[in-house]
Structure formats: C-alpha cells, structure tokens
Write a protein that binds this ligand. Structure first.
Ligand code: MG
Length: 387
C-alpha cells in the first residue's frame, strides 16, 4: 500500500515538492511533508498555550471570546476553504495557519507592544519573527534537533513580515524581504485569511461584550450593508442571531471576494509553477480594490470604537504594566528566572552579550499565557505569595 497522492487535483502553481528541512529527514511514510509539519505543530507546547492567550480581550474576561487557539482554528478553516477552491496545497495552508501565531506574547497586541518597547535597545520584539523562532529553536522536544524542523514552505509562510535588518540573518526564509519577491500562493492566502478572521471576530466579540453597538455598525462600509440586509430579510430577529448572521455573511463576502480576485489575477499572470508565483510582479492573492477599501473603513471603526474603548484601554494598560515590570525585574536579575530559562539566559549572554540575556528574558515572557504572566508577576512582587 502506498500513501495517497497528496497532489491530486492541485493546479500547476500550487506547492508540490518541498525545498526541504534544515536537518534532512527521510520522507514520511503515510503523510505528506506538510501533514507532518501540521502534526508537529499540534503536538508543540507553544500550540497548547495558545488556548490561554488572547487577542483583544483578556483570557479571564469570559469564556465566549476568541483566544489565539480558536483564532488559529478559524484562520485554518477560512484558508483551507479558499485553498481547496483554488486547487492549492491544503496541507501546507493548514500547517501555516496553525503555526502563524505561535510567537505571540500574552495579552495580545498590548503585550507585543510592551515587549517590543522593553527590547528597544536589544534588537526589538516582533511576533512574526518570534513564531519562526518558536518553530526553529525554542520548542525543544526532538532528540536530533532543536525546534520542529519544519519544511522551508511552512517556515516561509509563518514569517509574514520581517524588517530588512532581521531578514539579512535569516537565510533562505529571509531572502524574499531583501529581493522583493513573494511567498507561495498558499502563504499569501493564509495571511489574508488571518485578516478575514480577525476583522470578523473582533466585530463579533466586541458586540457580544457590549463594547460595540449593533446600530453603530450601520455606518461602517460592508458591515452596514450586510446588517441592513439581515434586518430586511429577517424582520424581528433577536440581537444574538442578528449578530451571528451578520458576522457569518461578513466572512463569506470576504472569502468570495478573495477567491474571485485571486483567480482573476492568477489567470492574468499565468504562472507556470510555484516559483513563478514567487517571482511574479505583484502578490497574486488579493482582495478587490472595493474590499480593500471596506477593510480600511472597518479597521478605522474598530480602532476608534473597540481597541480604544475605555474598558479595553484599562485592561491594555494593566497588561502592559505586567509585561514591563516582569521584563525589568528578570532582565535586571536573571537569577530570578526558573532553571531552564536561566540556563538559556546564560548561554545566550555568553554568545551575544547583554543582548542575548535580554532575548532569553523576552523568550520566557513571550511564551507565557495571560494567566501565567499575571501569576508570575504576583509571585515576583507580592511578598505574601510563595515564590
Ligand atoms: Mg493571527
């Protein structure tokens, strides 16, 4: 018996064969290379911790809001639907989607900004780079190598953005940021699926948390039209179903637009294979100009009405203080770190000096869940708590 051909039904410009792994390994017997990547991601400790990390709302605020884990599953669902419709490699899309947020700090955007500020003089902190760092070295569970030893294509997809100064030391996956080429179509699509997922679920969570008013959405491009349509087609529908019905259509409108626009762009560019996608004049996955405009309107609305809401702002401020105080304390006295993190701090400091010590502290903090960060902060500050 042989393994089912993972290439059935793929278009010529889909990713078929891998450029390989950093540490060569025999091909898996029953799975595709990207299924193996996905499986390693799902079994990683960093993946399990996504359950207790948040995006906008903090983990303990309620059980109904998105976490990084449910967000990653939604990205996966949206991305796989589009990949299948476009004849692309669904296994690769799944691996990228499930790994894309592994490097996120506790407390969502607030945590990322705070840690970046703490690391200002030590090379900065950027969650895309950190996701790559998690899969390339921080997960330490395999006998033969550090990290998960994922394929080039999954790593390329995980590194969504990267500054030039970082790209220079990243080798193969950093190259495209230096020469202005693109990642695979699978990676491009998954990155846009991320955008579809968070735009839609921030509206959903914001409404259900009572921070956004349904009526205020009427003025927002795209969402307003959908909401009006839902109300007209279902007069008297209760608020809960109206929200769900609106968000549901919001996702499918964006998905339809992305599939259709991408298909047209691929037809026009006529790439012969996956590498031709990488060197095409512009990225082939894209929203229509109208949808891109609607996104800008929605982001503007969310920024002013949700992310800047005083209740969100209070939590954000507290979260930033926790991260900053943890960093100052642990960086100032690495002996406070638990043994494994202390060991990393020593090793990295020997190699890179103070910058290395700061990086080890950032790795330790970035790996925390929301609740662990809060508990660790209490243990370090409150003399009545056990160390
Ligand atoms: Mg994401």
């Amino acid at each position: 018996m042989t393994r089912p051909d993972a290439h059935d039904g793929l278009v010529p410009w889909a990713v078929r064969t891998s450029r390989g792994r950093r540490h060569p390994e025999p091909a898996p017997e029953w799975r595709s290379e990207y299924q193996r990547d996905r499986d390693r991601i799902i079994h990683a400790g960093a993946f399990r911790r996504l359950e207790y990390k948040t995006q906008v709302f903090l983990n303990h605020e309620g059980d109904l809001f998105r976490t990084r884990l449910t967000h990653s599953l939604e990205v996966n669902q949206v991305a796989r639907t589009m990949a299948r419709a476009l004849g692309l490699n669904e296994d690769l899309v799944e691996a990228i989607a499930l790994a894309h947020d592994l490097g996120h700090t506790p407390f969502g955007h607030a945590g990322q900004e705070a840690l970046n500020r703490c690391m200002r003089d030590h090379g900065g902190f950027e969650h895309n780079l950190q996701s790559l760092r998690v899969v390339d070295s921080l997960e330490q569970r395999y006998a033969e190598f550090d990290g998960l030893n994922l394929t080039f294509e999954t790593r390329e997809g995980v590194l969504k953005r990267c500054a030039r100064r970082h790209a220079e030391r990243l080798g193969d996956v950093g190259q495209r940021f230096l020469d202005g080429t693109h990642p695979s179509l699978e990676a491009q699509l998954t990155n846009l699926a991320d955008e579809i997922a968070y735009n839609s679920h921030d509206v959903d969570d914001g409404l259900r948390a009572g921070l956004l008013e349904l009526d205020a959405l009427i003025e927002v491009p795209l969402v307003g039209e959908i909401l009006t349509h839902v109300r007209e087609s279902h007069p008297g529908l209760d608020a809960r179903r109206t929200i769900y019905q609106t968000v549901r259509h919001l996702i499918s409108h964006q998905v339809d637009d992305l599939i259709t626009t991408t298909r047209t762009r691929v037809e026009a560019a006529a790439p012969v294979d996956a590498d031709a996608v990488r060197t095409a004049e512009a990225p082939l996955a894209a929203f229509s100009p109208e949808m891109a405009e609607a996104h800008r309107g929605l982001k503007h609305f969310l920024f002013h009405n949700l992310y800047r809401h005083y209740r969100v702002h209070r939590m954000t401020t507290k979260a930033q203080r926790v991260i900053e105080e943890l960093f100052t304390l642990l960086h100032g006295d690495p002996q406070l770190l638990p043994p494994q993190a202390h060991e990393s701090a020593r090793t990295l400091e020997q190699r890179l000096g103070e910058r290395g010590r700061a990086r080890a502290v950032a790795d330790y903090i970035a790996g925390m869940t929301d609740r662990f960060a809060i508990a660790e902060h209490e243990r370090l500050h409150d003399p009545r708590r056990l160390a």
